[in-house]
Design a protein around this ligand. Structure first.
Ligand code: XIL
Length: 341
């Protein structure tokens, strides 16, 4: 099954021989073993892609519309739940699960969140805002979103232009104004708003040994203080040369010892060697074959570890929708399982 999932990366990118079978439903093949999903947009659910999405996935996550700048773009207490509700309703009507992404992040926050008049918001006011935002949003989706990324990318290592404290916690607005306690505050608020939702800390490069140490420290700290945290999300933005499967395996084992579950939340495998590399300008059969092998190796690992890894989501339904053609630089990319829907 892992091989069939991996094979799709090349199979759907090469001209199909006449009379060839369409690729199997990934939901039926792989999604029986663990929830298998994708990031989607509401536009895709309204368009011709809808049937494709329903055929292949049994868990959905919003690529953008559940982020704070979309849910509360204008001011405190004023929500625009429409597009996110549409996504959740689409999923639930088809027996799919929904992951919520993301409550707090240092990106894609609306400007009002950190302001009080023209000044920087006070600590007390920001704590109240975080608590209110999470109560409202998690409350709104209570019983419909089964897992939340409560805090995204709070730990940073070796990131140019980012500052970190001695525990590797990113020194961005929430940290600067509230202090490291903002993470406890967010998890406690989420647990209160939906005691049954699984609460995740989500990050990229979670397999990097330095990050394993820092994320483990963060998670054990939360647990020691009696804060509910259920899982660690591996974004798993991979590329042709990075990361090594062995690093990933060591990381999964290390996090397992913390007594939390793990989801692979945003898998894609760039054809370029790393995120800044722009040398690939076309999806050659060789590059696609190498990518298919990488998908096969990584997904086999996740399957082997399925006592620990309990969901797998890719970050987009097809190459024509990937964020990696515009981030961090404009370039050609084809990192997903299908060319297009
Ligand atoms: C990305 C989306 O794919 C883009 O459309 C958006 O412009 C920026 O965010 N880590 C995350 C995701 O947790 O939310 C990011 O999604 C990709 C990196």
């Amino acid at each position: 099954l892992a091989a069939s999932l991996g094979a799709c990366a090349s199979a759907t990118s090469l001209p199909a021989p006449p009379g060839a079978e369409p690729p199997p439903s990934l939901k039926e093949a792989f999604g029986r073993l663990m929830p298998f999903g994708s990031a989607v947009t509401p536009e895709q659910l309204r368009g011709p892609e809808a049937a494709f999405i329903a055929r292949h996935f049994n868990v959905l996550v919003a690529e953008n519309v559940m982020k704070p700048e979309f849910l509360a773009p204008k001011q405190e207490g004023q929500y625009e739940f429409g597009p996110a509700d549409e996504l959740v309703n689409f999923a639930l009507a088809r027996g799919m699960k929904v992951r919520g992404h993301t409550l707090l992040w240092h990106r894609q926050m609306p400007a009002w969140f950190f302001k009080e008049g023209n000044a920087v918001v006070s600590r007390a006011m920001l704590i109240a805002r975080v608590e209110r935002y999470i109560a409202d949003v998690v409350g709104h989706f209570k019983g419909r979103v089964y897992a939340w990324d409560v805090v995204n990318e709070a730990v940073t290592v070796d990131e140019p232009d980012a500052q970190a404290d001695a525990n590797g916690l990113r020194i961005a607005e929430f940290y600067k104004i509230i202090g490291p306690e903002y993470i406890d505050i967010a998890f406690r608020a989420a647990a209160k708003a939906d005691p049954d939702a699984l609460l995740f800390y989500n990050d990229y490069e979670t397999q990097n040994p330095k990050k394993v140490a820092l994320v483990s420290r963060l998670v054990s700290g939360l647990k020691a203080r009696g804060v509910k945290i259920d899982g660690i999300g591996h974004q798993a933005h991979c590329s042709a040369g990075h990361p090594g499967v062995a690093d990933f395996e060591r990381a999964i084992d290390a996090y397992a010892r913390l007594g939390v579950t793990q989801h692979v939340t945003e898998l894609d495998i760039a054809l370029n060697h790393n995120l800044m590399d722009t040398t690939v300008t076309a999806a050659t059969p060789e590059l696609l074959a190498r990518q298919a092998r990488r998908y096969g190796e990584l997904v086999s690992l996740f399957l082997r570890k399925r006592a620990q890894v309990t969901a797998l989501l890719v970050w987009g339904i097809g190459d024509s929708y990937t964020w990696l053609t515009s981030w961090p630089v404009k370039r050609f990319e084809a990192p997903l399982l299908f060319d297009t829907a």
